[in-house]
Design a binder for this molecule. Structure first.
Ligand code: HSE
Length: 428
């Protein structure tokens, strides 16, 4: 058997301890599969001595993750500290500069500094792998870089923040408003320390930016993504969308168009009966479309000790077996700067509005839509006791620009009782 692959693990939170447990529990099978043992040599965390639910007594301790990253006796630096700057970035850079392979679950670090880090890794002959950063336990990066390597990828979509999917499905199932369910999610410990990362769509946006880079061979460009969170999704919209046959999801979509790279993370409607529409609780789903393979769906746990540690170990095992994949699936120098598309591809839209209940009000709205070239697919007006009438419209495909112009023009008609809500309907 070959020499052991020696790991240094920085960060002993949920995921770090999950990795320790897998290495200890499956030592035999890991060695058999890789043809060499996989061993932990040293670990590092903010506080020493805490009971973390795993035996760490045989590992060396490093107070400073940068020191751990540079140790002569480790082959792979496993970064599970998190954060786009600070010790995580310093330690990953130190490991790469020392020619160590790096495995990380750090989506923010890769989404912001991915190109520079990929170039740094290649300059030092090191691997930088991040399967655990995207959709937790789902091996989506492996699917894109390996299984689908013979395809031109046409679109990547996904529900990739479990907390948001939990909040939206709980609102739907229990008929509760956003604030109530947000408080529940907080009490359950589902939210990141900075909840905006979750509900503001940033965490999911980081993941989509990474997938887009691999899918389209472009330099990761988080700043170019259009991001909208779920904070303004109301229980009314969830109810009315359901009435029209849809579910509301925080959905990421990236596709290369003639106008450039379109990438957005936003609350969208998807058909209730579709795999995305059926996605419950904190589960993640990624949809990959390739010219030869067609559409495939990957579904699984997007967070948590076991699933995320499983993804980390997938990368570790590739390195142990001598599989040395480029960070974004192709040499860093060959990644191109994507031109962001100025506008989104036309789509059907859901429009919810309250109209002043007087003769001709609905006709005025229909006229405004018609003048903007937007055709109505379906429409519903609900019985009401309020002075204003709740109206729902599902349009045929329309451009967002035309829709925004129509919404502005609606304001001038004097028949709107409140600002209309417009949500894109994603065709899946
Ligand atoms: N807060 C994230 C989620 C964890 O809810 O999916 C993984 O990024």
């Amino acid at each position: 058997m070959e020499d052991p692959l020696k790991l240094g693990i920085a960060g002993l939170g949920t995921v770090g301890i999950g990795v320790v447990k897998i290495v200890q529990r499956h030592a035999g099978v890991l060695a058999t599969r890789a043809g060499r043992p996989v061993e932990i040599v040293a670990v590092s965390a903010r506080t020493k001595g805490a009971d973390r639910g795993a035996d760490l007594s045989t590992y060396d301790w490093a107070d400073d993750p940068v020191d751990l990253a540079r140790r002569e006796d480790i082959d792979v630096f496993v970064e599970l500290i998190g954060g786009e700057e600070g010790p995580a970035k310093a330690a990953v850079e130190a490991a790469l500069d020392a020619g160590k392979d790096v495995v990380t679950a750090n989506k923010a670090l890769l989404a912001i500094h991915g190109q520079a880090l990929a170039e740094r890794a290649e300059a030092h002959g090191a691997c930088l792998r991040f399967e655990a950063a995207v959709a937790g336990g789902i091996p989506v990066i492996k699917a894109l870089t390996e299984g689908l390597a013979g395809n031109e990828i046409t679109r990547v979509m996904g529900v990739m923040n479990g907390t948001c999917n939990y909040i939206l499905t709980r609102m739907q199932d229990a008929g509760l408003d956003y604030q109530t369910v947000f408080a529940e999610a907080e009490a359950l410990g589902y939210l990141e320390a900075d909840p905006t990362l979750d509900v503001g769509g940033i965490d999911a946006g980081h993941k989509l930016a990474l997938l887009a880079s691999i899918a389209f061979g472009t330099k990761v460009d988080f700043a170019a993504m259009r991001i909208e969170g779920i904070e303004r999704v109301s229980i009314e919209d969830i109810r009315q969308a359901a009435d029209m046959g849809y579910r509301v999801k925080l959905l990421g979509v990236a596709q290369m168009t003639g106008r450039g790279l379109e990438s957005r993370m936003s609350p969208c409607l998807v058909p209730m009966a579709s795999p995305l529409g059926q996605l419950e609780a904190a589960t993640n789903m990624v949809v990959l479309e390739g010219d030869s393979v067609g559409q495939i769906f990957l579904r699984g746990a997007g967070a948590g000790e076991g699933p995320t540690a499983s993804a980390v170990m997938g990368d570790v095992m590739d390195i142990a077996r001598g599989l040395r994949m480029s960070t974004f699936g192709q040499p860093a120098a060959s990644l191109t700067a994507a031109r962001p598309a100025g506008s989104s591809a036309p789509a059907p839209y859901y429009l919810r509005m309250s109209l002043v209940d007087k003769p001709g009000a609905l006709a005025k709205i229909a006229t405004v839509l018609g003048e903007a070239g937007i055709s109505i697919d379906r429409m519903r007006q609900y019985g009401h006791t309020d002075p204003s009438a709740p109206v729902l419209i599902v349009t045929h495909r329309a451009s967002r620009t035309a829709l925004d112009e129509a919404i502005t023009a609606m304001g001038a008609t004097g028949v709107l009782a409140s600002e209309p809500v417009a949500l894109r309907i994603e065709e899946v």
